[in-house]
Every structure is written in C-alpha cells, then in structure tokens.
Design a protein around this ligand. Structure first.
Ligand code: LMR
Length: 327
C-alpha cells in the first residue's frame, strides 16, 4: 500500500470511528411534566430521532425545569448549552413582539382556530420572526386554552380587582390583568405551586394539562372555565447549530420533529377534556362554568389591551388570527 493510500485509509478509519464513537448529543429541555402534551412530544422526539439515526444521535430530555427554568433556557440555547427548547409563546417578548398576538385575550375562539392560524401563511412566517437573534422555529406545539383560577369565584372582572395573579413573562398578560384592576406578577413556572400555596399570589391562568400535572388545583379553590386565551409553544433551536448539522441528520431530525409535534398535538387535543375531568374528580377545587354574559364583561374590560399592543404586533397579524376563527 502506498503511503498516500495508507494515510487516506487511516483518516477514513479515524473519521468513521469518531462518528460511531461520538454521537451528536441533543439536549431537549422544558419546564413541564412528562405527562403533559409538551412532555409527551419531547419523549416522542427522542424515540423517533434515535430510531431514525441509530448511533448517530442521542437525545436527552430534561422535564420539570430540571436543567433550565424559564429564566435561563433561552440564554442556554443561544450559548449552545441546550439544543432544543419549547417555550410558551408568551415568553419570546425579548426577541420578537409579533408573537404577542397569541397572548391577546379573547382573540381565538378555540384551539382549532389557533391551529388554523399557526398553519396559515402569517403563522408560518412567525416561525422565522427570531432569525436575526439566531433562533429558528421548528414548529408550533399545542397545550390548550387557559382558565382563570383563584381562591374566590371570578364571575366578573370586578371579582379580580386587587388580587395578585401569577403570569408568564409577557407584557400583554401583564396588561390583561391590569385592565381588570388586578396585580400581575411575572414568575417562573417552577415557582407557581409554591407561590399559590403560600399566598404570594392569589390566582393564575393555566390550561387544564398544566393545572392537573402540576397540581395547581390543590392550591386554588376555584377554576373558572374562561377559555380566555391560549397557551401554546414554539419548538425552537439554535440556528447556527441546526444549520451546521450534516444534511442527512438535519433532514431526519426535522422529520422526527414534525412527527413528534403531531403526536404532542394529539395529546393536547385528546387529553384536555381528561385533564379537566381529573381536576373535577379530585374535588380539591371547584370548576365553575361561565355564562356568555359574564365572559362578555371580561372581554369588554380587556379589549383595550388589543389597541395597546396592535402597533407592536401589526394589524395584519391580528387580522389573520381573527380570520382563523371562521371555519
Ligand atoms: C407557564 O409558565 O405557565 C407555561 O409557559 C409553562 C409551560 O411550559 O407550559
């Protein structure tokens, strides 16, 4: 064997051994429980990605803010310390104002409308709204519509006056609660149970999956069926890392992501009613339906929030979201 051939063969063996020995480690971090739609989607992504790319990738899923909580996960993604996260759409305010559309109170009639908007041209465009910060949107993932909760029934906006509400880190949600004379407090998700239990806050808003899997109904007396807003996610990655992956790996990961999101969305659609029923069956909190007239009072009180944020979000985006309510 010529020296040159020997060198090429050796280089090939080393490269091949390295590829076999060093799979790409993908950390997927989130703040909710494994049983939630996001928790299920993350586990499904691990299963599918490792099946499609045997020996080439290892996916490590970290639920329950184990690796990073709300405050740190975006920073960690940009630093390359974690590769995939799926923050709630309420948590991107530092990177784009356009996604604030999802927090506008009483904008979407139901989760199906949210789904239509996300799948439409404006929704798809928003997946790229953080490109300039090096954040790539891989897809939307559902959780569900939010319910208001507190230790007193919240029939009308006046009932919320003076109460402290935990909110996600969203200026729109802050304005939403201020509009009814309440005191919103931005807190990380990992702190919510304790804050409700100790009375640091009086109430909050959550979809059924989060309420049940985090036992918030054990530390709230009343949950109102308000469906006044949505809590959904964008699954994101570090654009530099993603674009630097070998093309075949990126393609397979993208397929795994699409399938895992489909799976998570099915959990969100199928399980919302079950999580609600489990909360009712636990008999810790009373679940109260709301009348159309009551909801209209909340809608009216919160309407100024739309006007306040329209310049930041863009009328075109709000209109597209409204249009998604029509089937
Ligand atoms: C919250 O902070 O309430 C949610 O964004 C948590 C989550 O990821 O569902």
């Amino acid at each position: 064997m010529s020296l040159r051939l020997l060198a090429i063969t050796a280089a090939f063996v080393i490269a091949h051994t390295a590829a076999v020995a060093d799979p790409i480690v993908i950390k997927y971090s989130h703040v909710v429980a494994d049983q939630s739609p996001k928790g299920q989607a993350a586990l499904k992504f691990k299963e599918l990605a490792e099946k499609k790319l045997p020996g080439k990738v290892v996916v490590q899923v970290f639920p329950n803010s184990q690796l990073y909580g709300d405050g740190k996960e975006m920073e960690a993604l940009l630093l390359g310390d974690v590769q995939i996260i799926a923050p709630s759409l309420a948590k991107f305010g530092k990177y784009t104002k356009k996604l604030q559309v999802f927090d506008l109170p009483f904008l979407f009639d139901n989760i199906q409308a949210v789904d239509r908007f996300q799948a439409g041209p404006k929704g798809q465009e928003l997946l790229n709204s953080m490109n300039s910060s090096g954040i790539k949107g891989l897809g939307y993932l559902h959780n569900g519509m939010k319910q208001l909760s507190a230790n007193k029934p919240l029939r009308t906006p006046a009932d919320a006056k003076g109460l402290k509400f935990r909110i996600q880190s969203s200026d729109v949600l802050e304005a939403q609660f201020k509009a009814v004379g309440a005191n919103p407090q931005k807190l990380a998700f990992a702190e919510v149970y304790q804050a409700l239990q100790s009375g640091v806050v009086d109430g909050t808003e959550n979809p059924w999956a989060n309420t049940y899997t985090k036992k918030f109904h054990e530390v709230q007396k009343y949950i109102m069926e308000s469906d006044h807003g949505v809590l959904d996610y964008m699954v994101i990655t570090n654009a530099g890392w993603w674009d630097g992956l070998p093309a075949d790996v990126r393609k397979a990961l993208n397929e795994a992501m699409v399938e895992s999101i489909r799976f998570g969305n099915k959990v969100a659609f199928d399980e919302a009613a079950n999580f609600r029923q489990k909360v009712i069956d636990d008999k810790k909190a009373q679940v109260l339906p709301m009348t159309r007239a009551e909801l209209n009072q909340w809608r009216k009180a919160m309407a100024p929030v739309w006007r306040q944020f329209e310049p930041e979000i863009g009328r075109d985006i709000i209109d597209a979201a409204l249009k998604a309510n029509q089937r």
